[in-house]
Design a protein around this ligand. Structure first.
Ligand code: 0X9
Ligand code: ZN
Length: 476
């Protein structure tokens, strides 16, 4: 990477941190009349400084290290942008019109009886649909609640598995969660599409059935329900949760609030910020927010969770750790193979190119992100999509193709998890490798129980013991 790129990233982050505070509850709907979205190719750091000075902020958080980036241009800054000579293309003439058109379309579509995925859905509709799926296949689907958000809304999800199939070992579980960032609506639909497919196609899609028989899917479509509701009622482009900091300032960026490498300064402000008005505010302390606490506690209570996908939009990316440093994770080569295969499956569907790599190398440093916490705490296959755009308002006709395009990749992630985490050393089948397993194994080994003949050579010898110890040590 060229040197100015790193400087640029730091500065881009600083610009991200200057997002506008939102309205108080009860205040009028936040409007974006005359705001334009410009696709800007920054030539150097000076360009960025100029934009900053003009009050032109990056519109998305996932500023790429290369290529053009979207900036939101308030009406009074347009003339200055043109005068500055910075190369740009206006790709959205009036952001408010985009939001209005989306809302009108949604209102028109509601009475129609299309596919559920023909239009974006608010929280109530998502919850109703989860209940429908559970009612459709009570043998496969259980509704779950992780606890309540800051404003007291239940964070609901689905557990999808066929407990009737006994594989003789603990089944690994994959957690798919979406909408840490409230405005990323397409991620809710994408996640629900996975649930829909697993449930409705269980009988007809042998691959889906195999996965539902051999793994557990936890699907939590709206982990930030307060923020999500707020984007439907008040500010379509709200990102954070709805924590009040007083003075009319709200919100913590949930994807900066996780307890590993939280609150690191010096990585550039895109990594997070200690300023409550920033769009990447990391909160008062690690896990200060009920939403991250609920998700954390859910995972801590379920050691069988061995894979995770934190679904975001947009950018067409498949990401993993680290976010906080550019050092490769110990599993980098293996994760890259899986990520590349996921990208290949996506490409196969519709020809869309997704880039696969570590958060830090593909986007920018992130401190206190969920993916790093999952990987650091448990070493699990923790990944994260940035789905297709454009922006946060892809047309409703993109929901189905955009969901179908990642389905195979998500299922491949689950398949990879099943291969990787077989709980072979979990002798007592409680989904944890601990001393009890070792003692249990030694008991069976001593009497040469057939289970203890791990290499199936008909004798219980030191080779079996070594195999066991290897599985045990790898935790796989
Ligand atoms: O800033 C973020 O949290 C992510 N970008 S977003 O526009 N969705 O806000 C980037 C962080 C790493 N990306 C993912 N974990 N998907
Ligand atoms: Zn996001």
């Amino acid at each position: 990477m060229h040197r100015w790129h790193s400087v640029l990233l730091l500065a881009l982050g600083a610009a991200v941190a200057h997002a506008q505070p939102s309205a108080r509850p009860g205040e009028p709907v936040v409007r974006y009349d005359g705001h334009k979205i410009a696709s800007v190719t920054l030539r150097d750091l000076r360009d960025l400084r100029t934009l900053e000075a003009l009050g032109i902020d990056p519109f998305v958080c996932e500023l790429r290290r290369d290529g053009p980036n979207d900036f939101r241009v308030p009406p009074d800054a347009l003339a200055d942008l043109v005068a500055s000579g910075i190369p740009h293309t206006i790709i959205v003439e009036d952001l408010q019109r985009v939001a209005d058109a989306e809302r009108e379309r949604i209102n028109r579509s509601l009475p129609r009886n299309d596919s559920w995925f023909a239009e974006y859905k608010d929280l109530a509709a998502v919850e109703t649909y989860m209940a429908e799926l559970a009612a459709l296949r009570p043998d496969l689907v259980t509704e779950i609640t992780l606890g309540n958000s800051l404003q007291g809304r239940p964070i609901r999800g689905l557990r999808i598995a066929n407990d009737g199939v006994d594989i003789g070992r603990c089944k690994p579980a994959i957690l798919l969660n979406s909408v840490q960032h409230a405005r990323e609506w397409i991620t809710v639909m994408n996640n629900m599409y996975v649930a829909d497919h697993l449930v409705r196609q269980y009988e007809t899609d042998a691959y889906a059935r195999h996965l539902v028989d051999h793994a557990v899917f936890y699907i939590v479509p709206v982990v930030n329900p307060d923020g999500y509701v707020y984007t439907w009622t008040t500010d379509r482009y709200w990102r954070k949760n709805r924590r009040s900091h007083g003075f009319g300032i709200f919100g913590v960026d949930l994807n900066r609030n996780w307890g590993y490498k939280w609150g690191l300064s010096g990585l550039g402000s895109s990594a997070g910020s200690g300023s409550p008005w920033s769009d990447v505010y990391w909160g008062a302390s690690p896990f200060s927010e009920p939403e991250t606490q609920r998700l954390r506690d859910f995972v801590l209570a379920r050691p069988e969770i061995k894979a995770h996908n934190d679904i975001h939009s947009h950018g067409q990316l498949i990401l993993w750790s680290w976010g906080w440093t550019d050092a490769p994770i110990p599993d980098q080569a293996e994760w890259q193979d899986i990520g590349d295969e996921m990208a290949a499956r996506i490409l196969d569907v519709d020809g869309r190119v997704f880039e696969a790599g570590s958060i830090n190398s593909v986007i920018y440093p992130v401190s206190g992100g969920s993916v790093d916490w999952f990987y650091y705490e448990f070493g699990v296959l923790s990944m994260s999509y940035e789905l297709r755009g454009p922006g946060f308002n892809p047309p409703a006709t993109d929901i189905l193709p955009g969901s179908a395009e990642t389905l195979g990749a998500t299922l491949f992630q689950a398949e990879s998890m099943i291969e990787m985490y077989q709980f072979r050393a979990d002798w007592n089948r409680d989904c944890v490798n601990d001393l009890l397993d070792l003692l249990d194994f030694l008991d069976d080994f001593a009497v040469c129980d057939p289970r203890a003949d791990l290499n199936l050579d008909g004798v219980c010898d030191v080779l079996d013991l070594l195999d066991f110890l290897q599985y045990f040590e790898q935790g796989r």
